[in-house]
Write a protein that binds this ligand. Structure first.
Ligand code: SDX
Length: 393
């Protein structure tokens, strides 16, 4: 503490805003979007219906949902010049960097979106556009990596089937999305849709608080999500599971590494700033992993390693005492892998899911006219000192 200013690194004990969107209870493992439990929504709703709920505050009527879905469908195509931007990326470009770049390029194709005083109808159009184009950008980022021609959206398909077709269709073959995969993907997107003031959402809010555009704010959120301590953890979990597999499945050795203060290795997919008993999303995803792999006839040894890791960790006093449990990122990659989605695309999947949450939080911040985010500091540098000529240094 220094006078009036309390330093709170990582904002562990700081509330940045009041919000009516998402409720978390870290002790009880409760997650609700606009009052609806994640368990209900994951089982009974759809990703676009949940997107509408988060952004507009109420579940849509069937007419409202049909109109929302149809409007999104008519905006899935992107300007052909964006393909030129995509072609400028080398094939080794990480899809998250491509995604945040293509999203930010929307500020050039829709310059009216830069006007902080535009009408709510114009804001709604920006919201429709980015919800519609995100799957197209994500699939194109993947095609750039694998050197395949991009696929254009197919307006006959639902949101997830359209994404899967853009991801996996090849000119040489007919493609039909597996409905099991499409439904599992829809459920995963619901589970990722919002999570109150996490790192990437706080980024979207603070960038938007300067009256930067929705597209610029979302692009910043994508970059914050990329880090391995945040959304990038789902990619890091799979890389960790593969490393354990290559080490002969010696899970105990990796548990010891994670406990060793001198070893930077962390058990990726474990621990959470808010959840101190369990992450309700991890529970649902763990069950879904069993169901989806069985339905797809996939037997992935990494799932067994993940379950073994969880079992040992939860009986180890280091993890129990520090309240470290599997989080949303621990099992999600297993399902993406069974869907044929490559590891480097896992965090892109997280971004597609989190998009409606970022939009809802940005919209709430702007509608509440929240002030520009500008924290203070405690200065620890030099006192005043006179400038000295180079010759005297
Ligand atoms: C997401 O905030 C959100 O809501 C995020 C998210 C969302 O939906 O937006 O839920 C999505 O980002 C989930 C988290 C994904 N990240 C990982 O799985 C990476 C591994 N986990 C950690 O790095 C860590 O647990 C965090 C980042 C998730 C939370 O970090 P905190 O709250 O700052 O906790 P901390 O780093 O201070 O750790 C507390 C203690 C430390 O030990 P001590 O210094 O007290 O001795 O627990 C230890 C840490 O060393 N610890 C771990 C660990 N996580 C914390 N030790 C080993 N393995 C781990 N995974």
């Amino acid at each position: 503490e220094s006078g009036l200013i309390t330093i709170d690194p990582g904002f562990k004990n700081t509330g940045s805003t009041k919000s009516a969107i998402t409720f978390l209870d870290g002790e009880e493992g409760i997650l609700r979007y606009r009052g609806y439990s994640i368990e209900d929504l994951a089982e009974k709703s759809t990703f676009l219906e949940v997107s509408y709920l988060l952004i507009y505050g109420e579940l849509p009527s069937s007419d409202q949902l049909e109109n929302f879905q149809k409007t999104i469908t008519t905006h899935t195509l992107v300007h052909e010049d964006i393909k030129t931007i995509l072609d400028g990326f080398p094939s080794n470009a990480h899809p998250m960097g491509v995604l945040s770049s293509l999203v930010c390029s929307l500020t050039a194709f829709y310059p009216e979106s830069l006007d902080p005083n535009r009408s709510s109808e114009a804001v709604d159009l920006s919201i429709i556009r980015i919800l519609a184009k995100m799957p197209t950008f994500a699939a194109w980022a993947y095609k750039n990596q694998v050197g395949h021609p991009v696929n254009y959206p197919d307006n006959e398909l639902d949101y997830c089937s359209n994404f899967l077709k853009m991801m996996f269709a090849l000119p040489a073959e007919r493609y039909k999305a597996n409905p099991v995969v499409a439904r599992a993907l829809d459920q995963l997107l619901i589970l990722h849709a919002d999570h109150e003031q996490n790192c990437s959402t706080s980024t979207v809010r603070i960038v938007g608080s300067s009256q930067a555009s929705l597209y610029a704010s979302i692009s910043a959120g994508i970059n914050a999500l990329w880090g391995p301590l945040h959304g990038g953890a789902n990619q890091a979990v799979l890389e960790m599971l593969e490393e354990i597999q290559e080490a002969g499945g010696d899970t105990a050795k990796f548990i010891e590494k994670a406990k060793d203060k001198n070893d930077p290795f962390r058990l990726m997919g474990f621990g959470h700033r808010v959840y101190k008993n369990f992450d309700p999303r991890a529970k649902i995803i763990k069950k879904a992993a069993d169901d989806v792999l069985e339905q797809l006839g996939v037997n992935d040894p990494l799932l067994d390693i993940a379950k073994e890791l969880e079992r040992i960790a939860l009986s180890d006093e280091y993890f129990v005492e520090k309240k470290l449990y599997p989080n949303v990122d621990f099992y999600s990659g297993i399902i993406y892998r069974a869907m044929g989605i490559p590891t480097e695309m896992f965090t892109v999947m997280f971004a597609i899911g989190r998009l409606p949450g970022w939009i809802a939080q940005w919209k709430e911040m702007r509608e509440n006219n929240e002030p520009i985010g500008r924290p203070r500091q405690v200065y620890t540098g030099y006192n005043h000192r006179p400038y000295e000529e180079t010759s005297k240094r």
